[in-house]
Design a protein around this ligand. Structure first.
Ligand code: CUA
Length: 328
């Protein structure tokens, strides 16, 4: 029986270790989550191997003969065994509970000096604001390593959920409430990641992603400086089109998008003429006040009315130029 148990344990351990179930950790929180994962997995491997060993041994050893129709021996309870199989699982479950509670508490603590980043979600885009960096706004999430980042998050419309797989932590964004999440990117794990929405939030849910760039503290400071000086080229129309999530709903040939949730943006000139407005003003109005003119075949209230606030004037200007083909 011990032999069977050891073979099962080796097989299951290989499945657990050889298949990369989790992405490579890039944050302190993810390290702790991995610890809980392995703590529970090792306990499960032990119990699974024990149960499989007893089952396989019993099936092989106590198998009834082909013509054996007799009743088996009648067995009554075994107090010692019952105490063991009650106490051991109870201790293991309590241990998992304690380890999880400690990790949950540590992962929720941002420490004394976190970098605060406000996160705004709307169908189907992410926006970020850095209140300690003069309210710097960005469609790309840029973070320094070696410092806890506290996300203060809210949604403009429906429930979304914030998840960077390599950072482990996950949290819903709910309209009307501010939820928080802490992530501490690890030094030595600078790089690019993807923020994904992990709550089904509408037709464009699968496209609701944002680029995440993790830099050293010096690199982060340089990025902030560059953004504040207005440089960086971050506000080209194409960049705003991507970061504001336009491609999630609209077809637009120059951007290579072919979504059909909202009207195509390839015939804006004709639509402006129909609405009796100059092209530039029509496009600007459609971004800021999407309910004013509704393209036939589409419904009011689908496009969020909040782009006038979530995008800066410069970004809207760049977007209008991009959509009207008048970019310098
Ligand atoms: Cu936002 Cu799914």
């Amino acid at each position: 029986m011990t032999g069977i148990g050891i073979v099962v344990a080796i097989l299951v351990t290989l499945v657990a270790v050889l298949i990369p179930w989790l992405p490579t950790s890039a944050s302190e929180e993810m390290d702790r989550i991995e610890f809980v994962y392995w703590f529970a997995t090792i306990i499960c491997i032990g119990i699974f191997s024990l149960v499989m060993a007893v089952i396989i041994y019993s099936v092989l050893t106590f198998r009834a003969g082909p013509d054996d129709e007799a009743d088996g021996p009648s067995i009554h309870g075994h107090t010692g065994l019952e105490i063991v199989w009650t106490v051991v699982p109870a201790v293991l479950v309590i241990a998992i509970g304690i380890v999880s509670a400690v990790v949950l508490s540590q992962n929720g603590s941002a420490g004394a000096n976190p970098l605060t980043v406000k996160v705004f979600a709307q169908q189907f885009a992410w926006r970020f604001e850095y209140p300690d960096q003069a309210n710097l706004k960005s469609g790309e999430l840029v973070l320094p390593t070696g410092r806890s980042v506290k996300f203060e998050m809210t949604s403009a419309d429906v429930i979304h959920s914030f998840w960077i797989p390599e950072m482990g932590q996950k949290q819903d964004l709910v309209p009307g409430i501010k939820t928080t999440l802490v992530v501490t990117p690890k030094p030595g794990h600078e790089g690019t990641f993807t923020l994904v929405c992990t709550e089904l939030c509408g037709l464009g849910h699968a496209t609701m992603r944002a680029p995440v760039r993790v830099l050293t503290q010096a690199g982060f400071d340089a990025w902030v400086k560059e953004q504040q000086s207005g440089g960086g080229g971050g506000a080209t129309g194409a960049a705003v089109f991507t970061s504001a999530g336009c491609a999630g709903c609209h077809a637009f040939e120059p951007a290579g998008s072919n979504a059909a949730i909202g009207p195509s943006l390839d015939e804006l000139a004709a639509s402006a003429e129909q609405a009796g407005q100059p092209l530039d003003a029509y496009v600007r109005e459609s971004i800021v006040e999407p309910g004013k003119v509704i393209a036939s075949g589409y419904k009011d209230g689908v496009m969020p009315p909040s782009f006038g606030e979530s995008l800066s004037a410069k970004e809207i200007g760049a977007l209008v130029q991009y959509l009207t083909g008048t970019e310098p």
